[in-house]
Design a protein around this ligand. Structure first.
Ligand code: FES
Length: 324
């Protein structure tokens, strides 16, 4: 995980201009964003995302899918999801070339490690971080394979350019022609020692996780979620949180998150998704034992009790002490 901001301040917002808008697949709009002065942007690494702060005030996270070596522009691709929470429809229907947009980040909770070979598994718009990873491993001349599922070939952004880059190493699985990818088969046949990077709809992620767990102990799995997994809610209890730097102790009732109460009390903290999937609200823990509930921290990080996402995390102890 990224270190929580050691100074405890907010990440700076940046105003960028939309310099290009293009439909890269059915229902998928790609935006290129640059500084209005054309100055260099904050560098990013593959797997990173930015927050778009939309004119409506909605804040949404989108993976960067351009060339990580290009300091001049950020590129995101957004799939229009009419049954979603409104952010993707706002982007696809109303954001135009020339418009100024506020962004926050980049932040990377899906970083790519070094490996001898890579198996990428992408579903639909989950191709966005994967496409940047593929460009990077291809230029490093590593072995890689992409299995890429989507509703139809028309709904699969970047399919042509990735096929041009990878040839038969790209295995498209358009559902209308080929059905769903056989995940068990795929994981069984992954090369020994492969690093598997997977991004896509929740059922695909769950299938890959379960296949790796039951079939292989010689591969590593890295996944990124767009939505929080369904969790069975355990009864929520009240607890106290000491905000050490602010010198106040707050009571968190069962029906509020730590983030809610912190915002009411000290106001100025970063947050974005409020689902435990973006990392914006990550906060150092100085005392007590958090109950994590997020989709970002590794088992090791959870057990260390040194950091937490305060939008979904609660407390296993009567009191938590946070670096806020
Ligand atoms: Fe996104 Fe907490 S606001 S993880």
């Amino acid at each position: 995980m990224n270190d929580p901001n050691p100074a405890g301040g907010r990440e700076a917002d940046m105003e960028l201009v939309v310099t290009r808008r293009v439909e890269v697949a059915a229902d998928v709009v790609q935006l290129e964003l640059r500084s209005p002065e054309r100055s260099a942007l904050i560098p990013w690494t593959v797997g990173a995302h930015i927050d778009l702060i939309l004119p409506s005030g909605r804040i949404r996270q989108y993976s960067l899918c351009g060339d990580a070596g290009n300091p001049d522009a950020y590129v995101v691709a957004v799939q229009r999801q009419p049954s979603g929470r409104g952010g993707s429809v706002e982007v696809c229907d109303s954001i135009a070339t020339g418009q100024l947009l506020t962004i926050r980040g980049p932040r990377n909770h899906f970083p790519m490690g070094d490996a001898a070979n890579y198996l990428f598994v992408a579903g639909g718009i989950g191709i966005t971080p994967i496409s940047a990873m593929i460009r990077e491993v291809e230029s490093a001349q590593r072995d890689w394979t992409l299995v890429y599922g989507g509703r139809t070939a028309d709904h699969m952004p970047f399919l042509d350019e990735l096929t041009e880059l990878g040839g038969t190493r790209v295995v498209p699985v358009p559902q209308d022609v080929s059905g769903l990818p056989d995940i068990d088969e795929l994981i069984r046949n992954a090369p020994a020692g492969a690093a598997i990077y997977c991004c896509g709809p929740s059922p695909m992620l769950a299938a890959v996780e379960s296949a790796v767990e039951s079939l292989r102990d010689d591969v590593t799995l890295h996944i990124e979620r767009f939505v929080a997994p369904d969790v069975v809610d355990s009864p929520r209890t009240a607890f106290e949180v000491e905000l050490r730097r602010s010198g106040v102790t707050i009571a968190v009732p069962p029906d509020k998150s730590i983030l809610d109460v912190v915002l009411d009390t000290i106001g100025d903290v970063d947050f974005s998704c409020e689902q435990g999937i973006c990392g914006a609200c990550e906060t150092k823990v100085l005392g007590g034992r958090p109950e994590h509930n997020d989709s970002l921290l590794s088992e090791e990080e959870r057990e260390s009790n040194t950091t937490m996402m305060i939008c979904v995390g609660r407390s296993k102890t009567r009191k938590l002490i946070l670096d806020l």
